[in-house]
Write a protein that binds this ligand. Structure first.
Ligand code: PLP
Length: 294
């Protein structure tokens, strides 16, 4: 996959003395674009040639604002898979864009209580019990699976490894693990957590990276930029996003994922975290479905 790189420059990058390049996975596709294309690709390798009726139903997990749900629904529609999802929380009176679009893409949504959702195996068992045809493949929340990890190891394929830092926003740690495993050792890999789940992310990092003999301590996970939790925002974050979008309208960022990454990068740059003269590659992991009213 050919991926564009955009270089951005402004008063903050200049005063920090850094060069900031953005790997535009967001441009690969308006809905599935981003890391989910890489995470879901194994399904095409595994089932691509089968007729739709014999492919498994793909059953995902996510919250109301989940990009993985948006991506899985559209991926299923475009690649002829039936899809369904277990959604955290009661059915809302009015579905947001993510959910209504997923439904339009043919995904069946099953709303479950937060309590049941917290036990994914139990929630899956409960929902699957209502399906007659048990040819179902579970897709873990955020596609945080080993296959998803292997897909993320392809994100940097073909990219010149001339950078000092590779940075991404991080929800499950899967993308971050893939970037670490596919980067030369001298590159520092940093994840900007978009929610409060450091322990869970570190566990995932450990599991995935172990397969490649890499210690999870070789990545840095920043937890100061989630703005209160997943899909939550602090006033400072909102202000930053508006500042960034004014300056760099060609690099759209939103407030759930990519905006938090940029906020983190710029805050770290302001604090002198990055060595002057160093070059950064920020992975824009997509998520622009929030901005797209189709
Ligand atoms: C899914 C998603 C993430 C989270 O990736 P992880 O591999 O779970 O850390 C980050 N950014 C965007 C835009 C996403 O859609």
């Amino acid at each position: 996959m050919e991926v564009e790189i955009t270089t951005v420059s402004d008063e903050i990058t200049r005063s920090a003395g850094i060069s900031l390049c953005i790997l535009r996975l967001d441009l690969l596709h308006p809905i599935t674009g981003g890391n989910k294309i890489f995470k879901l690709r194994y399904l095409i390798d595994k089932y691509g040639d089968m007729p739709e009726s014999t492919k498994p139903l793909l059953l995902g997990f996510g919250g109301y604002y989940s990009n993985a749900i948006a991506a899985l629904a559209r991926f299923g529609k475009e690649n002829h898979f039936r899809t369904a999802a277990i959604i955290r929380g009661q059915k809302p009176a009015k579905k947001n864009l993510t959910l209504s679009r997923a439904e339009k893409d043919g995904m069946k949504l099953h709303f479950v209580s937060r309590q049941l959702y917290s036990d994914k195996a139990m929630a899956a068992e409960e929902i699957i019990s209502h399906y007659e045809d048990k040819n179902i493949e579970l897709i873990p929340q955020g596609v945080a699976s080993f296959n998803g990890y292997l897909g993320c190891k392809q994100i940097l394929a073909g990219i010149n490894p001339e950078y000092d830092y590779v940075i991404c926003d991080s929800a499950t740690g899967t993308t971050l693990a893939g970037l670490r495993a596919s980067s030369p050792d001298r590159i520092q890999c940093i994840g900007i957590a978009v929610l409060k789940n450091k322990r869970e992310q570190l566990d995932n990092l450990k599991d995935f990276l172990m397969a490649d003999g890499i210690h999870a301590a070789e990545v840095e996970l920043m937890e100061d930029y989630h703005g209160g939790g997943f899909a939550k925002q602090s006033p400072a974050l909102i202000e930053f996003i508006s500042w960034f979008n004014d300056r760099h309208p060609d690099v759209p960022v939103e407030k759930v994922y990519s905006g938090k990454m940029m906020y983190g990068i710029y805050d770290l740059a302001n604090k002198g975290y990055f060595k002057s003269g160093s070059s950064l590659l920020a992975v824009h992991s997509g998520g622009l479905q929030y901005l797209l009213q189709e």
